[in-house]
Ligand binder design. Structure first.
Ligand code: C6P
Length: 390
């Protein structure tokens, strides 16, 4: 592992755990058969796939009768849910509306915008003063006769703020409205238990919890019927066509097992390092940490630094050997202020100054100490430059 640079962008992606990588290796050139083939090359991978599925089911406490569909990423899972519900409940059904939030990942927002162009009513719920979506706000907007789907993320990728998904899901169940949660930033950071939290649909992506990129999952509760996004063969019980990437599935299963095993570590050691970094940043005059610590995932900090452009700070930190981001990696080319900041009514000047720092179980104390020093120097330097320019 390269410790010459400090990686604090784990909400964008994580290092593949070396144990996960090693578990995947035999499935590239030794056991490479298509699992749908009837010969031994195909069938010899089945026991390994079963173990991987068992880890996925156990990891989120799904029931055997539920489906866990393996796909390419959370973007695919979220598209499957939103477009699938549009097809089955709006186009072919009698419902008219989808409810989501202003702070969802771009893959949810842009899928909803696409449906708006097709005439679907989409309501984007605001967040409250704490930056979370509360049940009262949902109650004000839901109409069980019209609302086909409520889609609210478990934890936000930019702030780390955790929504009250149990209450939201229970409320939707009571109203008989489908509830989906994007749990990409929740797996490995908080307990995700679909028996305790009655979601109908849930998405996640392996590369956010030390698994490989290019593989994710969609949980579909028993009895919930949505059509596939990718029509094809009988893979995944006809719910997602395409030959499954065996190595990635095996990696994702193992990564899930390790993520669950390491939850305690995440809430003790990772949190301790995050808090140390956060305290050091908060002590720098003109910084504003977004969201109460106790409402956030244990690894995430979103901070605005008065007088310093977020992007300039990212570049300067990068030169100093620290990798961070201004927010969602997939929105990093946008010059618009961070959408989470807009939703949280953070003023325009501050909205351009946010940076996100996200740790993982691979982050070590020396890296945090190093990052604090580099961050302080960068902020000082950039503030001086900005004063000279004025
Ligand atoms: N967020 C970030 O920097 P994919 O890339 O499809 O595996 O995951 C998409 C996705 C969906 N939902 C949430 C909440 C996410 O955080 C992400 C990925 C990264 O925040 C990359 S844009």
């Amino acid at each position: 592992m390269d410790r010459t640079k400090i990686y604090l962008d784990n909400n964008a992606t994580t290092i593949v755990d070396p144990h996960v990588r090693d578990a995947m290796l035999p499935f590239f050139s030794e056991m490479y058969g298509n699992p749908n083939s009837l010969h031994v090359f195909g069938t010899e991978v089945h026991p390994y796939m079963k173990i991987a599925f068992d880890h996925l089911y156990t990891g989120i406490n799904a029931d055997d009768g539920d489906d866990i569909i393996v796909n390419s990423c959370a973007t695919e899972g979220n598209n499957t849910v939103i477009k699938g519900v549009y097809y089955s409940h709006i186009l072919k059904g009698s419902k008219k509306e989808i409810i989501t939030t202003e702070v969802e990942h771009p893959c949810v927002i842009s899928s909803c915008k696409f449906l708006e162009e097709l005439g679907v009513k989409v309501t984007y719920l605001p967040v409250n003063v704490d930056g979370i979506v509360d049940v009262d706000t949902l109650r004000e907007h839901i109409d069980p006769d019209e609302t086909a789907l409520v889609s609210i993320m478990w934890a936000n990728n930019e702030t780390g703020l955790i929504n009250p998904v149990k209450e939201l899901a229970e409320f939707c169940r009571e109203k008989n409205v489908l509830f989906h949660t994007d749990a990409v930033q929740a797996i490995g950071k908080v307990k995700v238990d679909v028996q305790d939290v009655p979601v109908d649909l849930l998405t996640f992506s392996a590369h956010k919890f030390h698994g490989p990129k290019g593989v994710g999952s969609l949980f579909i509760r028993r009895g919930v019927d949505i059509p596939p996004l990718l029509h094809g063969g009988e893979q995944m019980g006809g719910k997602r066509g395409g030959t499954v990437d065996t190595a990635s599935l095996i990696g994702m299963g193992f990564a899930m097992e390790l993520a669950v095993k390491n939850l305690h570590f995440e809430h003790t050691e990772v949190k301790r390092l995050r808090d140390k970094l956060e305290d050091a940043i908060a002590a720098i005059p003109g910084t504003n940490i977004i969201g109460k610590r106790e409402l956030r995932t244990p690894n995430t900090i979103l901070v605005s630094v008065k007088g310093v452009e977020g992007e300039a700070l990212i570049w300067d930190l990068n030169k100093g050997g620290v990798a961070a981001s201004t927010g969602s990696a997939c929105a990093s080319e946008s010059l618009e202020p961070n959408p989470t900041f807009i939703a949280m009514h953070i003023d325009d000047e501050l909205a351009h100054t946010g940076i996100r720092l996200s740790l993982s179980r691979f982050t070590i104390e020396e890296e945090i100490d190093g990052a604090i020093g580099i961050l302080k120097k960068s902020i000082k330097r950039l503030r001086k430059i900005s004063i000279r320019r004025k």
